[in-house]
Design a protein around this ligand. Sequence first.
Ligand code: 6R9
Length: 644
Amino acid sequence: MADDALIAVKPELAAGAKIDAARHRSMTEAARKDPEGFWREEAKRIDWMTPPTKIKNTSFTGDVSIRWFEDGVLNASVSCLDRHLAERGDQTAIIWEGDDPSVDAKVTYRDLHERVCRLSNAMRKLGVQKGDRVSLYLPMIVEAAVAMLACARIGAVHSVVFGGFSPDSLASRVQDCDSVLVITADEGRRGGRTVPLKANADEAMKSCPTVKHVIVVRNTGNAVAMQEGRDLWYHELCAAAEPTCPPEPMSAEDPLFILYTSGSTGKPKGVLHTTGGYMVWAGFTHEHVFDYRPGEIYWCTADVGWVTGHTYIVYGPLANGATTLMFEGVPNWPGIDRCWQVVDKHQVNIFYTAPTAIRSLMREGEAPVKKWSRKSLRVLGSVGEPINPEAWMWYYRVVGDERCPVVDTWWQTETGGILISPLPGAVDQKPGSATLPLPGVQPGLVDNDGTVLEGATEGNLVILDSWPGQMRTVFRDHDRFIQTYFSTFPGKYFSGDGARRDADGYYWITGRVDDVLNVSGHRMGTAEIESALVAHPKVAEAAVVGMPHEIKGQGIYAYVTLKTGEEPTDALKKELVTWVRKEIGPIASPDAIQWAPGLPKTRSGKIMRRILRKIAANETDSLGDISTLADPTVVQELIGNKVG
Ligand code: 6R9
C-alpha cells in the first residue's frame, strides 16, 4: 500500500473525542516543552494518598535511573476500585465471557472491590507482606484480575505466568523472583479443552522451595490433589476473610509487578514496573488511544499472562472506570464467528486484538463476520506485531464497516503501555502504519553506528527520553537492564525493533532486528528454544530462526544437529516437538525442523543466523557474503535439505 493511502479522521469522531488534531498538536508541544508541567497535570488522573511534587527524575546514561512522581504515595487498587464506588459502584467493572458461549458473568465495581479486599486479607493472614512476590498461574477468569489487584492492595509484587506455559517455565519464573505464594486454579478451559493448571503447578513446586502456600481457585470443579498444609482453596479463604481491607501506602517507585519476557539472549528477563508512573501511563493511554467514553464496553482479547492483559484488560480500563470484557476462550471456538457473536451479545464498543487473529479470521471469508450486526463497534485496535496492509484493510472494511478507525498500537512489555498509535479523533490513518508517537513520547531512528537519522528514512527504533510507564529495571539485575536497552546506542532506549519513517513523520514498524521471534504476537527468544532443544539427550546443537508464516506472522524453524550415531528420523522430529512443548509450552512448538549435519559458522565459531534465516525463508538467491564461513559447503547442503 502506498504511503499516501490515507484514511482521514471522521469529523463525527473528532467532534466527540477529547483529543482532536489541534489538541493532539498542542499536547505534543506541551509535553515536549514542559514535561514537568504536563505530567504533573496528567498525574491527577489517578488517586494519590500524597500527591507528587517531584515529577521527573530520569537518566538514560551511566547507571540509568528512571524515577517518576517519586515523592507521591498511592495504591494502584484504590485508583482501580475504591474511588469509583461513590459514582459507579453498581456499574459493571468486568464482563466475563466463558469459553462456553452459554456462560457469562458480570461483576460490578462494588463486587470487585469486595472480592479484592477479601483476597487481600486472606493473603495478609497467610503472612504475605509488602514487597513479597506472588506468582499467578491462572486462566482468564475474574479471579485473575482479583488476584492482581489484591497483590497491589497489600503491596505484594505480582508475577503473572501465562497459563499456557509448562511446569518448567513456571518453576523458573517462580525461582527467579523467590515467590512466597502461588495462586492457580484446578484447571483452565480454552477452546473446549481443559488445561491441567494445578497438576502443572504441583510439578513446578517440586523445585520451588520458597513457596509456602498455593491458593487454588475451583474453576472446572474436577478433582485435583491438594497438599496438606501447603494448598488452600481460594473460596474457603475468601469466605472466611473480612470484606474490607485498608490499602498499603506505596511510594510511586515501589514495584507493582514483574512480568517475564523473552530477549535475544539468555533466559526470560523479569521486567519490573513500579506503581505511580505505570498507573498514569495505563490510564492516559487507555483513555486517549481508544477514545474511551464513559459507559462504553471495551474488549481486549489478550491473555492476562501478557503485558497487554495487564495494561489494557486490568489496570488501564479499571483506572478509567470502564467496563472491561474478559474472555476465557479463543477467537475461533466453537465457531469462527465467536468474536462477533460476543460483540453483539455484550454490545462491545471498542475491540482490541492481534493481527494473527485478524489474519486467521480473514482466511474464512466475510460471511461469518457479516452474520452479526457489529453496530455497537466504534473503535478497533491492533497490537502485538506488525499488521500487514491487507489485514488492516480487511479489519477496517469488513469488521468495522469502514465506520470504525483502526488504531495500530506499537509498544512492548518494557514500555508499560502504548507509545506509537493513531488517536481516533486526531490522527489520519495509513493502513499498516502505527502512525505517530503519543504526546510525551520521543521516538528516533538511528543507524547501526547510533547516528540519529532525520526525515524520511529507515533505521533502529529508539526512544530518546523517558515516559512515565517505562520499565525501571530487570528484577535483581540492573546491569542486564543497562546492557540490554541502553548499551547498543548509549543514552537512548533501544526497542529491538526496526522502523521506517515516511515523509509525513509516520512510523512503520518493520519487526525485530534482534534474535527475538514474534509468533502469533507471542515473544520468544531463539536462545530459549535452542536451549530447550539441546537439553534433549540426542541433540548436539541447534539453531532457531524465524520464517515467514501466513497466519502467525512468524513461524519457528529449527536446525538441529544430532549427536554422533543418532538416527535422524521423522519419529525423532515429532519427539523433539513434544519435548519443546514440554520444556517451554505449546506456543514454542517448532513449525519445521531440519536436520543439519553442520551449521554455518564463522571462523570464530559464531552461527551466522542471517544465512539460516534466508534458507528458512526460501531466499537463497540473496544469501550475501558467505566467504567468512569456516566451511562454506554446509550452506549448499542445508539448501539441498530444506524442509517445507
Ligand atoms: C505489547 C506487546 C513487543 C514486540 C515489539 C514489536 C512487536 C507490538 C506492534 C509490534 C508492530 C505493532 N509489536 N506491537 N510490531 N506493530 N503495533 O506486544 O508486547 O509481548 O513485549 O512484544 O511486539 O516487535 O518489540 P511484547
